[in-house]
Design a protein around this ligand. Structure first.
Ligand SMILES: C[S@@+](CC[C@H](N)C(=O)[O-])C[C@H]1O[C@@H](n2cnc3c(N)ncnc32)[C@H](O)[C@@H]1O
Length: 221
């Protein structure tokens, strides 16, 4: 946790740089998206569609997002979910600070600092769990899979996306030599096959897609 915690404390301090990259809006970010993640502008749009595909338009239930990071991808979408009750969790105070400022004007979103492996919520207390770019970061992946399922209601949906290994060698090289070394990602990583097998063992229905090295998942409990 220390290495990942320290890494995201630094990212939080440079949140504008992070936001520019992950939202594909800065020049540097777009170059990184294209070169390391192999996401052209069109593929980036597909990646975003994939990340949100499980959340229905007009969703008005209780949604847990973990990890929210700076919220740059999700806060603009939450503006269209005014009937939903949304809890955004992350263990980095620095990232949460940025998320709070990206959430200005949203009254149905609250922020909780916690570890995904020990979620401070009751069993079956959410209709939807959204996890974008989280599982390749979490250190205790087993606990993260167990906890996100535990807090989901029967009939609820867990969706989002994560990096998976083995689809793009340049991305895999960058992940190992840069992201992992700097504590931004934590191995072992899923492949499309291991992810599909794992989720099918946990959920009653599972759909897996991918855009370059990012797998999207929509799972019903
Ligand atoms: C790559 S960012 C993704 C954030 C956001 N979903 C996005 O796509 O921009 C990973 C986030 O995971 C958070 N994180 C890492 N380990 C965590 C844990 N065990 N519990 C909660 N959050 C964690 C980090 O603080 C960081 O904000």
């Amino acid at each position: 946790m220390d290495k990942v915690g320290e890494a995201y404390r630094r990212v939080g301090r440079w949140s504008k740089l992070y936001d520019g990259m992950i939202s594909n809006s800065s020049l540097l970010g777009r170059l990184a998206m294209k070169y390391f993640w192999r996401l052209s502008d069109e593929k980036y749009e597909e990646f975003i569609r994939q990340a949100f595909t499980g959340v229905p338009d007009g969703f008005d239930g209780r949604l847990l997002e973990v990890p929210v990071g700076t919220g740059v991808l999700t806060m603009p979408r939450y503006k269209n979910l005014s009937g939903a009750s949304i809890v955004c969790a992350d263990f980095s105070e620095a990232m949460l600070d940025s998320a709070r400022s990206n959430a200005q004007g949203l009254s149905n979103v609250e922020f909780v600092r916690c570890d995904v492996g020990r979620l401070p919520f009751k069993d079956e207390s959410f209709d939807h769990v959204l996890s974008i770019n989280g599982f390749h970061v979490f250190e205790d992946k087993e606990a993260a899979y167990d906890e996100t399922r535990r807090v989901l209601k029967v009939g609820g949906t867990m969706s989002g996306c994560m990096y998976v290994k083995g689809l793009n060698s340049r991305t895999d090289f960058f992940v190992e030599k840069f992201c992992e070394r700097h504590g931004l990602f934590t191995p072992p990583y899923e492949t499309l096959t291991t992810l599909s097998e794992r989720l099918k063992g946990m959920y009653s229905s599972v759909e897996i897609t991918h855009v370059e090295a990012f797998a999207g998942f929509v799972c019903k409990k």
